[in-house]
Design a protein around this ligand. Structure first.
Ligand SMILES: Nc1ncnc2c1ncn2[C@@H]1O[C@H](COP(=O)(O)OP(=O)(O)O)[C@@H](O)[C@H]1O
Ligand SMILES: N[C@@H](CCOP(=O)(O)O)C(=O)O
Length: 303
């Protein structure tokens, strides 16, 4: 087909934890839990197969988030496929604050670029990040989903998005506690106030800067560095049990935060201290799922 590369494109994309406490809409970390997708251009229609999370509720037409993101990238690349086949194996839980929507968006724009002849020359990684962040509305999940590791991202005055990688000390790992009930990011964003006290903003700025240093080589500072005053407490009404767990863990000197817009709770760990990690996993509330995850330094990758 004109303009398209022949064959199937495959990508795997990591889960991500955004905010990390004080870095609202700016900081994000890729975690070792990856959705795998494959796609090809066909002569007619849209066919979508889904295994794993979302198999029962995601749409099977052009409104599917991966397909929507593919079409946005095709438009940027000035091509239009006659049809598409998409197959998804989803292991990132949906609407839990682990970046499933960003993983879907990054997968979509990545697959579309692979399916276009010369796509990587026409849409480089910076343009792909910008497109994915425009679809998502904030860059802090799409940046680590695309680039891997720890990222610091934001938006310039002209509306364009940027991301730069930050260092991650190899001792840093994470245990996530995933509640059974979802909270949509849109709903959790709706709980945030239009304005915050200057003192809270100032504290967050200092903590976010400290967090960059802590993740990069001073993990002993993680407890202090993960203090947040801009979003977590405002979201308490939608996830009281998550805030309670964060507080209980922090009282025991565990650097715990709400992951993304919640309701998952993430606790930073020392990867060399297996006993402490096992104790932490044992503190998983009944009915929740605890996962011991490594930081994933790979972003979106062909498989
Ligand atoms: N792999 C996917 N395929 C299709 N839709 C998805 C996928 N992942 C997420 N979504 C859509 O995004 C929603 C979750 O997004 P969001 O509320 O931002 O939560 P989060 O990104 O924290 O998991 C899902 O309910 C679903 O509509
Ligand atoms: N900065 C965003 C992050 C949302 O992350 P998600 O994984 O919950 O989609 C926010 O806090 O709203």
């Amino acid at each position: 087909m004109n303009g398209f590369a022949p064959g199937v494109a495959r990508v795997s994309v990591p889960a991500t934890s955004a905010n990390l406490g004080p870095g609202f809409d700016a900081l994000g970390l890729a975690l070792g839990l990856r959705d795998r997708l494959e796609a090809e251009v066909t002569d007619d229609g849209v066919v979508i197969e889904v295994e794993g999370f979302g198999a029962e509720d995601v749409p099977r037409d052009e409104s599917h988030l991966v397909v929507r993101s593919m079409y946005a990238a095709f438009e940027a690349l000035e091509v239009k496929p006659a049809g598409l086949r998409l197959s998804c194996v989803n292991v990132i839980p949906h609407a839990r604050g682990m970046g499933s929507s960003s993983a879907a968006i990054v997968a979509g724009v990545w697959l579309a670029r692979e399916l276009v002849a010369g796509g990587r020359l026409l849409l480089d990684d910076a343009a792909l990040l910008d497109l994915a962040a425009r679809i998502e509305g904030h860059p802090d999940n799409v940046a680590p989903a695309l680039l891997g590791g720890f990222t610091i991202s934001g938006q310039d005055a002209d509306g364009s998005f940027y991301a730069v990688p930050g260092a991650v000390d190899p001792r840093v790992g994470a245990v996530v506690f995933i509640p059974p009930e979802p909270v949509s990011t849109a709903m959790a964003r709706g709980l945030l106030p239009a304005e915050v006290p200057h003192a809270d903003a100032a504290t967050n700025a200092g903590r976010a800067a400290l967090l960059v240093a802590a993740l990069g080589g001073r993990p002993q500072e993680l407890l202090r560095a993960t203090e947040d005053r801009l979003h977590q407490d405002y979201r308490r009404p939608a996830m009281p049990a998550s805030l309670e767990l964060v507080e209980t863990l922090r009282a025991d000197a565990v650097p715990a935060i709400v992951s993304g817009a919640g309701p998952t709770v993430l606790a930073f760990t020392d990867t060399s201290d297996r006993d402490r990690i096992a104790d932490l996993v044992d503190r998983c509330p009944e009915g929740w799922t605890a996962l011991d995850l490594a930081v994933d330094m790979r972003g979106a990758t062909a498989w």
